[in-house]
Ligand binder design. Structure first.
Ligand code: ZN
Ligand code: ZN
Length: 140
């Protein structure tokens, strides 16, 4: 069964629709994500381009890290980050965005499968998921 996720920011200014299954769902511990999102660990999903109706750029703020092709986009009114664009080159949406639009819970089919770039971590995680020291588990 194909899922459809209607997502909006906290204030409702930015909306987007995501369909189908994510290409990946994981926790990223890389230094670049840490810098871009200002979070110690990033829970994220990645999607095929055609499965995401992205908002028009004119509705979004755009934040880019210094010297890297790491981008994040969000609502200029409430400040909520809606998606990112970085490796592996597909739209990336944080678990947190789905939680906020699903009564505080991550939809079970979007559950993360592993920890990526665990070798770059600043926080040790004691769970049963695989820990990949680098990006090789998703071909990075
Ligand atoms: Zn907003
Ligand atoms: Zn990362």
């Amino acid at each position: 069964m194909s899922q459809t996720y209607d997502i909006s920011c906290d204030c409702g200014h930015v909306k987007m629709t995501v369909r189908g299954e994510p290409k990946l769902s994981l926790y990223c511990h890389c230094g670049s994500c840490r810098e871009l999102y200002a979070a110690d660990v990033l829970g994220l999903t990645g999607w095929d381009e055609e499965n995401v109706d992205l908002p028009d750029d004119s509705k979004l703020f755009h934040h880019k890290t210094d010297g890297k092709e790491m981008h994040r986009y969000g609502c200029p009114k409430c400040g909520m980050t809606m998606y990112g664009r970085h490796k592996p080159g597909i739209p990336v949406i944080r678990h947190n965005v789905f939680r906020k639009n699903n009564g505080g819970k991550l939809p079970s089919e979007l559950a993360p499968a592993l920890h990526l770039f665990y070798g770059e971590r600043v926080l040790d995680i004691d769970d049963d998921l695989d820990k990949c020291e680098d990006g090789s588990a998703v071909g990075l």
